[in-house]
Design a protein around this ligand. Structure first.
Ligand SMILES: [Zn+2]
Length: 90
């Protein structure tokens, strides 16, 4: 039993909408890192339960973070780049 395919799909969908929001705000996002969170689950010692992606704008350094499995009361897409417009340096 594995959640990996659906988790990957969820991650791709979240990433797409997060980066579209950033682009709409004028940011040019570059990937900083992708983190894979593993835990022990149902006898599988390397059960993938969370994929986190982190991007930063090349122009203003604002960030966006995508998490497939946010903590309670957490959010799956967050960061300054989705709520604030980019300021481009001339
Ligand atoms: Zn920006």
């Amino acid at each position: 039993m594995s959640r990996e395919p659906s988790l990957q799909t969820r991650y791709r969908n979240l990433r797409k909408s997060a980066l579209e929001s950033c682009r709409w705000r004028g940011h040019r996002m570059k990937l900083v890192h992708t983190l894979y969170g593993y835990t022990s689950h149902l006898g599988d010692p390397h059960y993938l339960y969370c994929i986190t992606g982190h991007w930063e704008c090349k122009d203003c350094s604002r960030t966006v973070t995508v998490q497939t499995t946010p903590p309670p009361n957490g959010i799956d897409i967050g960061g300054g780049a989705v709520v604030v417009y980019c300021f481009k340096q001339p």
